[in-house]
Design a protein around this ligand. Structure first.
Ligand code: BEZ
Ligand code: FE
Length: 246
Protein backbone atom coordinates (compact mmCIF):
# COMPACT_ATOMS: atom_id res chain seq x y z
CA UNK A 1 0.00 0.00 0.00
CA UNK A 2 2.93 2.36 0.62
CA UNK A 3 4.22 1.63 -2.87
CA UNK A 4 0.78 2.34 -4.33
CA UNK A 5 0.46 5.56 -2.30
CA UNK A 6 3.79 6.76 -3.73
CA UNK A 7 2.73 5.91 -7.29
CA UNK A 8 -0.62 7.72 -6.78
CA UNK A 9 1.18 10.76 -5.38
CA UNK A 10 3.60 10.98 -8.33
CA UNK A 11 0.69 10.49 -10.74
CA UNK A 12 -1.11 13.44 -9.11
CA UNK A 13 2.07 15.53 -9.39
CA UNK A 14 2.09 14.71 -13.09
CA UNK A 15 -1.59 15.48 -13.61
CA UNK A 16 -1.39 18.98 -12.12
CA UNK A 17 1.77 19.83 -14.10
CA UNK A 18 1.27 21.81 -17.31
CA UNK A 19 3.11 24.57 -19.21
CA UNK A 20 2.29 27.08 -16.41
CA UNK A 21 2.59 24.95 -13.28
CA UNK A 22 5.60 22.67 -12.70
CA UNK A 23 4.70 20.58 -9.65
CA UNK A 24 7.69 18.25 -10.19
CA UNK A 25 10.13 21.15 -9.75
CA UNK A 26 8.16 22.29 -6.69
CA UNK A 27 8.53 18.74 -5.34
CA UNK A 28 12.27 18.85 -6.03
CA UNK A 29 12.43 22.27 -4.29
CA UNK A 30 10.50 21.15 -1.20
CA UNK A 31 12.52 17.93 -0.83
CA UNK A 32 15.75 19.95 -0.85
CA UNK A 33 16.91 18.40 -4.12
CA UNK A 34 17.00 21.70 -6.05
CA UNK A 35 19.16 23.32 -3.36
CA UNK A 36 21.46 20.27 -3.27
CA UNK A 37 21.97 20.43 -7.06
CA UNK A 38 22.45 24.21 -6.84
CA UNK A 39 25.16 23.74 -4.19
CA UNK A 40 26.89 20.96 -6.13
CA UNK A 41 26.96 23.08 -9.29
CA UNK A 42 28.15 26.27 -7.60
CA UNK A 43 31.32 25.30 -5.77
CA UNK A 44 33.45 28.44 -5.55
CA UNK A 45 35.87 30.29 -3.28
CA UNK A 46 34.34 31.32 0.03
CA UNK A 47 34.70 35.06 -0.70
CA UNK A 48 32.28 34.74 -3.66
CA UNK A 49 28.55 35.29 -3.14
CA UNK A 50 26.68 32.03 -2.60
CA UNK A 51 24.03 30.83 -5.03
CA UNK A 52 20.57 29.67 -4.09
CA UNK A 53 17.47 28.25 -5.79
CA UNK A 54 16.13 29.86 -8.98
CA UNK A 55 12.41 29.40 -8.26
CA UNK A 56 9.56 29.46 -10.77
CA UNK A 57 8.90 33.22 -10.91
CA UNK A 58 11.78 34.46 -13.09
CA UNK A 59 10.67 36.03 -16.38
CA UNK A 60 13.15 36.45 -19.27
CA UNK A 61 13.02 39.83 -20.98
CA UNK A 62 11.74 41.86 -18.01
CA UNK A 63 11.58 45.68 -18.45
CA UNK A 64 14.93 47.46 -18.54
CA UNK A 65 15.50 50.26 -15.99
CA UNK A 66 18.18 52.86 -15.31
CA UNK A 67 19.94 53.13 -11.97
CA UNK A 68 17.74 55.12 -9.59
CA UNK A 69 14.46 53.97 -11.20
CA UNK A 70 11.46 52.52 -9.36
CA UNK A 71 11.09 48.90 -10.47
CA UNK A 72 7.97 48.27 -8.35
CA UNK A 73 5.81 49.74 -11.16
CA UNK A 74 2.93 50.10 -8.71
CA UNK A 75 3.32 46.81 -6.78
CA UNK A 76 2.03 47.27 -3.23
CA UNK A 77 4.42 47.46 -0.29
CA UNK A 78 6.57 49.69 1.87
CA UNK A 79 9.14 51.70 -0.16
CA UNK A 80 12.56 50.08 -0.22
CA UNK A 81 15.77 51.54 -1.69
CA UNK A 82 18.30 48.92 -2.79
CA UNK A 83 21.94 49.57 -3.62
CA UNK A 84 25.25 47.79 -3.82
CA UNK A 85 28.26 46.91 -5.91
CA UNK A 86 29.07 43.93 -8.14
CA UNK A 87 32.75 43.01 -7.76
CA UNK A 88 35.25 40.40 -8.79
CA UNK A 89 37.15 38.41 -6.16
CA UNK A 90 40.03 40.92 -6.57
CA UNK A 91 37.75 43.64 -5.19
CA UNK A 92 37.44 45.57 -8.46
CA UNK A 93 33.95 46.72 -9.47
CA UNK A 94 32.48 45.06 -12.57
CA UNK A 95 30.96 47.59 -14.95
CA UNK A 96 28.01 46.83 -17.24
CA UNK A 97 26.99 43.68 -15.36
CA UNK A 98 23.32 42.90 -15.99
CA UNK A 99 21.16 42.43 -12.91
CA UNK A 100 17.78 40.77 -13.15
CA UNK A 101 15.75 41.49 -10.01
CA UNK A 102 12.38 40.01 -9.05
CA UNK A 103 10.24 39.89 -5.93
CA UNK A 104 6.74 39.40 -4.54
CA UNK A 105 4.48 42.21 -3.34
CA UNK A 106 3.32 42.83 0.23
CA UNK A 107 0.59 40.19 -0.16
CA UNK A 108 3.20 37.61 -1.15
CA UNK A 109 2.33 37.43 -4.84
CA UNK A 110 4.61 37.82 -7.85
CA UNK A 111 3.27 39.77 -10.84
CA UNK A 112 2.99 36.53 -12.85
CA UNK A 113 0.52 35.22 -10.26
CA UNK A 114 -1.75 38.22 -10.87
CA UNK A 115 -3.24 38.41 -14.34
CA UNK A 116 -5.66 41.06 -15.55
CA UNK A 117 -9.00 40.21 -17.20
CA UNK A 118 -7.32 39.59 -20.61
CA UNK A 119 -4.88 37.16 -19.01
CA UNK A 120 -2.05 39.68 -19.51
CA UNK A 121 0.67 40.18 -16.90
CA UNK A 122 1.85 43.68 -16.06
CA UNK A 123 5.49 43.47 -14.91
CA UNK A 124 5.66 44.71 -11.33
CA UNK A 125 8.51 44.27 -8.88
CA UNK A 126 10.85 42.98 -11.53
CA UNK A 127 13.32 44.47 -13.97
CA UNK A 128 16.77 44.47 -15.49
CA UNK A 129 19.45 47.08 -14.95
CA UNK A 130 23.17 47.48 -15.51
CA UNK A 131 25.95 48.37 -13.11
CA UNK A 132 27.73 51.69 -13.68
CA UNK A 133 31.41 52.19 -14.57
CA UNK A 134 32.49 51.25 -11.00
CA UNK A 135 30.13 48.29 -10.66
CA UNK A 136 27.51 50.11 -8.54
CA UNK A 137 23.74 49.74 -8.91
CA UNK A 138 20.75 51.25 -7.15
CA UNK A 139 17.01 51.13 -7.57
CA UNK A 140 13.82 51.70 -5.66
CA UNK A 141 11.30 48.90 -5.08
CA UNK A 142 9.09 47.66 -2.26
CA UNK A 143 9.89 45.71 0.88
CA UNK A 144 9.94 41.94 0.30
CA UNK A 145 7.68 39.94 2.64
CA UNK A 146 7.52 36.24 3.53
CA UNK A 147 5.09 34.25 1.38
CA UNK A 148 3.82 30.69 1.02
CA UNK A 149 4.71 28.72 -2.12
CA UNK A 150 1.76 27.31 -4.11
CA UNK A 151 0.40 24.62 -1.78
CA UNK A 152 -3.02 23.82 -3.19
CA UNK A 153 -1.77 20.66 -4.94
CA UNK A 154 -0.05 17.37 -4.06
CA UNK A 155 3.11 19.14 -2.83
CA UNK A 156 0.95 21.09 -0.36
CA UNK A 157 -0.58 17.83 0.84
CA UNK A 158 2.89 16.30 1.21
CA UNK A 159 3.93 19.29 3.35
CA UNK A 160 0.82 19.01 5.53
CA UNK A 161 1.26 15.24 5.91
CA UNK A 162 4.85 15.73 7.08
CA UNK A 163 4.02 18.59 9.47
CA UNK A 164 5.75 21.27 7.42
CA UNK A 165 4.58 24.81 6.61
CA UNK A 166 4.70 26.20 3.03
CA UNK A 167 6.46 29.52 3.81
CA UNK A 168 9.58 31.16 2.35
CA UNK A 169 11.30 33.90 4.36
CA UNK A 170 11.26 37.39 2.80
CA UNK A 171 13.80 37.68 0.00
CA UNK A 172 14.76 39.56 -3.13
CA UNK A 173 15.88 37.51 -6.16
CA UNK A 174 18.94 38.42 -8.23
CA UNK A 175 20.49 36.96 -11.36
CA UNK A 176 23.76 38.70 -12.24
CA UNK A 177 25.57 38.21 -15.54
CA UNK A 178 28.87 39.65 -16.73
CA UNK A 179 31.30 38.47 -19.43
CA UNK A 180 34.18 36.49 -17.94
CA UNK A 181 32.24 35.54 -14.79
CA UNK A 182 29.93 32.70 -13.80
CA UNK A 183 26.28 33.75 -13.74
CA UNK A 184 25.13 34.21 -10.15
CA UNK A 185 21.55 33.24 -9.25
CA UNK A 186 20.79 34.08 -5.66
CA UNK A 187 18.55 35.93 -3.18
CA UNK A 188 19.13 38.39 -0.35
CA UNK A 189 17.12 37.52 2.79
CA UNK A 190 15.77 39.83 5.51
CA UNK A 191 17.33 39.36 8.90
CA UNK A 192 14.80 38.63 11.64
CA UNK A 193 12.31 36.81 9.42
CA UNK A 194 10.54 34.06 11.35
CA UNK A 195 11.05 31.52 8.54
CA UNK A 196 14.83 31.83 8.08
CA UNK A 197 15.41 28.53 9.90
CA UNK A 198 12.59 26.64 8.18
CA UNK A 199 12.50 27.87 4.56
CA UNK A 200 10.24 25.37 2.77
CA UNK A 201 12.76 25.07 -0.11
CA UNK A 202 15.92 25.03 2.07
CA UNK A 203 17.31 28.07 0.18
CA UNK A 204 18.69 30.17 3.06
CA UNK A 205 22.46 30.63 3.41
CA UNK A 206 23.65 32.67 6.38
CA UNK A 207 25.90 34.79 4.13
CA UNK A 208 22.82 35.91 2.19
CA UNK A 209 21.00 37.30 5.26
CA UNK A 210 21.34 41.00 5.92
CA UNK A 211 19.71 43.85 7.77
CA UNK A 212 17.11 45.77 5.74
CA UNK A 213 17.19 49.04 7.66
CA UNK A 214 13.83 50.55 8.67
CA UNK A 215 13.54 54.35 8.59
CA UNK A 216 10.83 56.44 10.23
CA UNK A 217 8.51 58.43 7.90
CA UNK A 218 10.41 61.33 6.34
CA UNK A 219 12.75 62.14 3.48
CA UNK A 220 14.21 59.26 1.44
CA UNK A 221 17.61 59.29 -0.38
CA UNK A 222 16.03 60.59 -3.61
CA UNK A 223 14.27 63.45 -1.80
CA UNK A 224 10.84 61.80 -1.74
CA UNK A 225 8.73 62.37 1.37
CA UNK A 226 7.10 59.31 2.89
CA UNK A 227 4.37 59.37 5.52
CA UNK A 228 5.02 55.65 6.14
CA UNK A 229 8.18 53.86 7.25
CA UNK A 230 10.59 53.08 4.41
CA UNK A 231 13.56 50.74 4.12
CA UNK A 232 17.08 50.54 2.72
CA UNK A 233 19.00 47.44 1.65
CA UNK A 234 22.71 47.65 0.92
CA UNK A 235 24.29 44.46 -0.40
CA UNK A 236 27.38 43.75 -2.50
CA UNK A 237 27.88 40.73 -4.75
CA UNK A 238 31.16 39.00 -5.57
CA UNK A 239 31.27 37.01 -8.83
CA UNK A 240 33.45 34.00 -9.56
CA UNK A 241 35.54 34.18 -12.75
CA UNK A 242 34.38 31.65 -15.34
CA UNK A 243 36.76 29.02 -16.66
CA UNK A 244 36.07 30.06 -20.24
CA UNK A 245 37.55 33.53 -20.87
CA UNK A 246 35.19 36.34 -21.95
C1 BEZ B 1 10.82 31.54 -5.10
O1 BEZ B 1 11.54 32.02 -4.25
O2 BEZ B 1 10.35 32.34 -5.91
C2 BEZ B 1 10.47 30.08 -5.07
C3 BEZ B 1 11.47 29.14 -5.01
C4 BEZ B 1 11.15 27.79 -5.01
C5 BEZ B 1 9.83 27.39 -5.06
C6 BEZ B 1 8.81 28.35 -5.11
C7 BEZ B 1 9.14 29.72 -5.09
FE1 FE C 1 10.80 34.09 -4.35
Amino acid sequence: SEWFQAISFLTEVGHITDDKRQEFILLSDTLGLSMLVTSQNNRKPSNCTEATVFGPFFVAGAPVYENGDDISNGASGAPCYVKGQVRGADGAGISNAWLDVWQSDEDGFYDVQRKDADGKVDHRGRGRLKTDAEGYFNFRSILAEAYPIPHDGPVGRMLAATGRHPWRPAHLHFMIQAPGYETLITHVFRDGDQYLDSDVVFGVRSTLITDWVRHEPGTAPDGREFSVPWYTLDYDFVLNPSETPA
